[in-house]
Design a protein around this ligand. Structure first.
Ligand code: TNX
Length: 517
C-alpha cells in the first residue's frame, strides 16, 4: 500500500534534495532541449486552473487526467475549463503548436511566473507534456493525501519529441496470469515514462489467456485451474476485459499489441484441442519452464482454420496496427515447415488489416518483408535480420542481454532468470538501439521494447521489482536523443525519482548503482 511521503520515517532526515523543486530537465526520459530561466518559477496554488484547447474532447481528457493527478496531494480544486480569466495562475494544454519537429507525440512546455503552457500538435503530445510536468513538481505530488507545502515548477522551457516511434514493454500473462487490475497498474507506471505500446504475450505452452469465441476451450481449459508455471497462474481475459484494457491504455496514449505465439509455444492450445497436433492425441499439460518442444501441425488444414479464426477475432479486438504472431524458438518445427507456416500465416495478418509482428525468427521467411521483427538475440550480428531489413522489414530492438526485464540484476536477485546474463541498471541503459545490431541501418529501427517474461513472477510486486528501475532506462533509449545519453545524468535523475515510486507503493529494486535520495 502507498505511504504518503510525509509519513515516511526517513522523509524528514533525507538528503537535502528531498522536497526540493526539481531542476527543469530533471525528467526521465531526458528531454530534447531544456532552457531554464532564473526567477521564472511557477507556483501552483489554490486558485490555479487548468485550461484546455476549446473544442477538443481529447485535450480536455488530458486536462482531466492532469487534474486528477494533482488534486490529491495539493488538495486544490484545479478546475478544468475551456477558457480562464487572465488573472488566475493557469496551466494551459493547447493544440495546434504548428511545429513540425514536434511530430505527433512531441510538445513544448513553457513555465513562467503566471502560467504553464504545454503546446502540441496532437493530444498524445499533450499527454507526454503532462507526464513531464508531473516529474517537475516536487516529489510530494505523488502523495495520495494532502501535503502542506509550496508547489513550484522551475521556470523556463522544454522542447521534446521522441527519437523512435515505437517504445514498448511486454508483459507475459501466459506463464502466470496477471489480472486486469495488475495490468492497469503496470500501464499507469509505464505511461509515466512515455512508453506508447504494451505488448501482451497472451499464449504459451503453460496457458492461453484470451477468449476466442470460435475455440472456447482455449480459455476454459487453457486458462483454467492448474495452468501457468507450477500450476499457479490460472486465469484469462474475456473479450470485455480485453476491450476495457485497450480503452484504458488508449486513454494513456498506449496501444496494446496482442501476441499469440505460434507455431511453437502452443502446448496449452493442444491440450484444449488435440486436433491441433499431428497425431490427434492431447499432450499432457505443462507447467514447467522448458521451451521449444511444441509445434502446430504444419501440414494440417485444421491448423490454418484455427490460426485464421484466432487472427480474425484478435484483429477485431485490436484498434492498433500491430498483431504479433510470435514465431520464436520453434525448435520442434522443421526449418522447411517453419517457412511453409510463415508463408501462409504472415499474409493472413494483412488479410485482417494488421501489420504482422513477430520475434526475429520470422525474418527467415521472405513473407516478412512487410512485417515488424522483434530482435531478441544476445548477439550483435544477425545477417538474416539485416537482410530482411533490406527487403523492408522494420525492427524493434529487445536484445535479451540488455532489454529483458525478466533477467536477474545480479546473482542475488531472488526473482527472474539469467540465461541472457545479469542486467544491472547500467547494462540496461548503456547501449544504442540504432547501432546495436551490426549492419542494420538506423532507418530500419522502429524502436525498442522491454519484455517481461513471467515464469518466476506471480504478483504485481514481482512485476514492479523486475521492471523498475530498468524500464525507465529502456524508455529513455527509446525517447531521448542519443546526444543526451549520459549515465551520470540518468543515475542522478533516477535517484531523484525513487521517492516517487516509494510514495506510490511501487516495489522497485533499489539498485546499488544508484545513490537513492
Ligand atoms: C526466451 S525470448 C523466450 C521465452 C522465455 C524467455 C525467458 C523469446 C522470444 N522466448 O519463451 O520466456 O526466454 O527469458
Amino acid at each position: 500500500a502507498a505511504v504518503p511521503i510525509a509519513a515516511l520515517p526517513t522523509a524528514a532526515s533525507a538528503a537535502p534534495a528531498a522536497g526540493a523543486v526539481p531542476a527543469l530537465g530533471s525528467v526521465i526520459p531526458a528531454p530534447v532541449e531544456v532552457r531554464p530561466v532564473a526567477g521564472a518559477d511557477f507556483r501552483l496554488g489554490p486558485l490555479t486552473v487548468i485550461r484546455t484547447q476549446p473544442g477538443s474532447a481529447a485535450a480536455r481528457a488530458v486536462g482531466d487526467q492532469l487534474a486528477r493527478a494533482l488534486r490529491p496531494a495539493t488538495g486544490y480544486p484545479l478546475p478544468v475549463l475551456p477558457a480562464a480569466p487572465r488573472v488566475l495562475p493557469t496551466i494551459s494544454l493547447l493544440l495546434g503548436a504548428g511545429e513540425a519537429q514536434l511530430g505527433d507525440e512531441g510538445y513544448r512546455l513553457s513555465v513562467d511566473r503566471r502560467s504553464i503552457t504545454i503546446r502540441a500538435n496532437k493530444p498524445a503530445g499533450l499527454f507526454a507534456g503532462t507526464q513531464t510536468l508531473r516529474q517537475l513538481l516536487p516529489q510530494e505530488i505523488e502523495s495520495r493525501t494532502p501535503v502542506r507545502r509550496s508547489w513550484s515548477v522551475a521556470g523556463g522551457s522544454i522542447v521534446d519529441h521522441p527519437r523512435f516511434a515505437y517504445r514498448g514493454s511486454m508483459l507475459d500473462v501466459a506463464r502466470h496470469f496477471h489480472t486486469p487490475d495488475e495490468i492497469r497498474a503496470y500501464i499507469d507506471e509505464i505511461s509515466r515514462f512515455k512508453i506508447n505500446h504494451l505488448h501482451l504475450h497472451l499464449s504459451d505452452d503453460q496457458g492461453w489467456r484470451i477468449q476466442i469465441d470460435s475455440w472456447p476451450r482455449l480459455t476454459t481449459v487453457g486458462g483454467g485451474p492448474g495452468t501457468g508455471v507450477d500450476g499457479t497462474g490460472p486465469g484469462y481475459l474475456t473479450k470485455a476485459d480485453y476491450r476495457d484494457l485497450v480503452r484504458y491504455a488508449a486513454a494513456r496514449h498506449i496501444t496494446i499489441v496482442p501476441e499469440i505465439d505460434m507455431p511453437g509455444h502452443v502446448n496449452a492450445a493442444q491440450v484444449a484441442y488435440p486436433e491441433l497436433t499431428c497425431d490427434g492425441v492431447a499432450p499432457p499439460p505443462r507447467t514447467d519452464t522448458a521451451v521449444g518442444y511444441s509445434s502446430l501441425c504444419i501440414g494440417s488444414e485444421t491448423t490454418y482454420r484455427f490460426v485464421e479464426d484466432v487472427i480474425r477475432e484478435l484483429a477485431a479486438l485490436t484498434p492498433g496496427p500491430y498483431l504479433h504472431i510470435g514465431g520464436d524458438e520453434a525448435h520442434a518445427t522443421t526449418d522447411a515447415d517453419y517457412l511453409t507456416f510463415q508463408q501462409r500465416v504472415l499474409p493472413l495478418v494483412a488479410k485482417y488489416g494488421k501489420t504482422a509482428y513477430g520475434w526475429n525468427e520470422i525474418t527467415q521467411s521472405p513473407a516478412s518483408a512487410n512485417a515488424v521483427a522483434q530482435f531478441w538475440d544476445t548477439a550483435t550480428t544477425n545477417p538474416t535480420v539485416v537482410a530482411a531489413a533490406a527487403r523492408g522489414t522494420k525492427v524493434v530492438m529487445s536484445p535479451a542481454n540488455k532489454a529483458y526485464l525478466d533477467q536477474k540484476y545480479d546473482r542475488n536477485t531472488p526473482l527472474g532468470l539469467s540465461w541472457a546474463g545479469y542486467i544491472e541498471v547500467r547494462t540496461a541503459y548503456d547501449w544504442d538501439p540504432a547501432t546495436h545490431l551490426t549492419g542494420l541501418p538506423a532507418s530500419a529501427v522502429l524502436g525498442v521494447e522491454a519484455p517481461l517474461w513471467s515464469e518466476t513472477l506471480r504478483s504485481l510486486d514481482d512485476i514492479e521489482f523486475m521492471a523498475f528501475p530498468r524500464l525507465p532506462a529502456i524508455a529513455e533509449l527509446g525517447w531521448s536523443p542519443a546526444s543526451t545519453h549520459d549515465w551520470e545524468s540518468f543515475r542522478a535523475r533516477l535517484a531523484a525519482y525513487g521517492p516517487r515510486w516509494t510514495a506510490r507503493g511501487v516495489d522497485f529494486y533499489p539498485s546499488p548503482q544508484i545513490d537513492w535520495s
